[in-house]
Design a protein around this ligand. Sequence first.
Ligand code: TYM
Length: 332
Amino acid sequence: MSRAIVVSGIRSTGNLHLGNYFGAIQNYVVMQEEQECYFFVADYHSLTTHPDPKSLKANVFRVVAENIAAGLDPDKVALYAQSDIPEIPELYLMLNMMAYKGELEKVPTFKDKVRQQPDNVNAGLLTYPVLMAADILIHKAVKVPVGKDQEQHLEMARNFAQRFNTRYGELFPEPHVYRSNHETLKILSLDGNGKMSKSENEAATIYLCDDDATIRKKIMKAKTDAGPQEPNSVMPDYIQNLFVLLNATATPEIAAHYLAAYNNCNIRYGDLKKQLAEDLANFIRPIREQATELQQDEQSIRRILKTGAEKARDSASKTIVEARKLIGINYY
Ligand code: TYM
């Protein structure tokens, strides 16, 4: 049976957190066993916010180290930096000719950025989904493990693929969001305001590099309320979020105990938080420790990135030759 092609990326814009883990990396680790996987650090994408050149490399290396510590095996996948694959910006340029200003301006993530950084609405921000489509299509991927927040970008990648195929001839299969657990997972910020994110609201975000005491402190401050007033009440999303994390890290018995307590209206959120903090601390500790160790071994990370880039270029260069030919760039 041929292996499905899988692509996904993570921006190097800060420390990885539980949203990145449960929304993306957890799926990578399952998929690496049976599929042809290309996972990369989206360093070009991070340039939209003009990061300090002095910290770029450390940010990229940290994402690599945290992915490996979380279970990614660089021998089983191609793990690389986006900027090491020149075929990606070449395909990005080609796809940009088929991406229209109107549709790009309507993308919700673009509108959010315009609101957040009105002084830096650059063309890279506008064409962010086109670069993302190039990342995916360059390997002709069909499965893309990402969190819920990226679904609209995937829809755009499908549109660009179709447009290219219609205009120049069949080249790209349609990429679809894929999750091994079939859940549409979104981890919320612990204060209940939007999704957990690398750069916003650090006190309400649990990072894979947080130590035990920090995890406890953040969990104890998580938003709760007076508790359900009627049996089997619908959970508000911030309580549901705590249960998602508990289900993912505690034993099934413990998770079932707290769910029953919620449904019977005798839940004590203080107890739930203490339990969750311990389970999360146990879960994150080995990842944090291994990531810290790996980050100190720059030589290994460089070697991993180099090997990953060779694997990725092997696939990318074949696609770009075909794309050029179909477009008519075929002079010699
Ligand atoms: P990024 O770096 O914001 O996030 C990396 C991955 O983590 C997921 N994620 C979440 N999942 C659930 N809950 C959350 N709170 C949460 N926060 C983040 C994201 O869905 C993502 O899967 N544009 C992408 C990077 C990218 C990419 C690509 C992804 C560039 N090119 C090609 C797939 C394919 C991004 O900014 O992810």
